[in-house]
Write a protein that binds this ligand. Structure first.
Ligand code: ADP
Ligand code: MG
Length: 201
């Protein structure tokens, strides 16, 4: 899997299209706790990726991930652009061309650490990290793309609802951030779930 351009194209296209298809939902979540641009931001990044899909699919997996990360930094903007950009660029830097499951877990771990450093944040603060960290734990239990991974990501996004935001714009709301799902947690859950389903085949 992912050793030929066609399979890389299928994966990248499916994840980008799913982000675009959920832009309104992500915007609505960000209207509740932020400035209402997360859907538009992520859609702009996903459209830039789709516009470059031929070139991206021809690259090796690590090079494609690095290029996706750079596109997200340039196009998504906001807080999430540099953070997702860091995530994908670090995945690309950490993965070999033909990763085994150990490589995949190690690369996901490195990417998570890089986002934490970049965001000066850690899990528990009602951010994308509250999905990315549980996803890593699930991958440590079972590194294959699986229904369990999709469930873990979705449950982790739900679990941000009662949390109080301590990073990003939502933190300005203090107690009033409680009771809403974090937009970045939702976008992380979407991307992990779609990638897992495509990779499961
Ligand atoms: P902005 O907040 O600049 O409008 P977005 O709306 O695109 O940017 O993204 C908001 C999301 O970014 C939040 O829901 C949260 O998941 C994530 N986020 C914000 N700040 C941080 C941080 N310091 N660490 C991790 N994630 C963060
Ligand atoms: Mg926003």
């Amino acid at each position: 899997m992912l050793e030929d351009a066609a399979s890389r194209r299928s994966l990248i296209e499916a994840v980008a299209q799913d982000v675009i298809d959920h832009a309104e939902e992500l915007t609505a979540l960000d209207q509740a706790v932020g400035d209402g641009d997360h859907g538009v931001n992520m859609k702009r990044g996903a459209e830039a990726v789709l516009a470059d899909i031929d070139a991206l699919a021809e690259k090796t997996l690590p090079e494609a991930l690095k290029a996706i990360g750079m596109a997200l930094v340039m196009k998504v903007g906001g807080a999430s652009g540099p953070l997702y950009g860091t995530f994908f660029m670090t995945l690309g830097k950490s993965l070999p061309e033909k990763p085994n499951s150990t490589d995949t877990v190690a690369a996901f771990d490195a990417a998570l650490q890089a986002v934490m450093a970049r965001g000066k944040s850690h899990p528990g603060q009602k951010t994308m990290l509250d999905v990315l960290a549980p996803a890593l734990e699930q991958l440590k239990n079972d590194p294959s793309p699986s229904e369990a991974l999709c469930v873990a990501a979705a449950e982790a996004a739900e679990a941000t609802i009662p949390m109080r935001a301590e990073r990003g714009r939502a933190s300005f709301l203090g107690e009033r951030s409680i009771g809403h799902m974090d937009p970045g947690a939702r976008s992380s859950s979407l991307m992990i779930t779609k990638a897992s389903k495509i990779l499961e085949g």
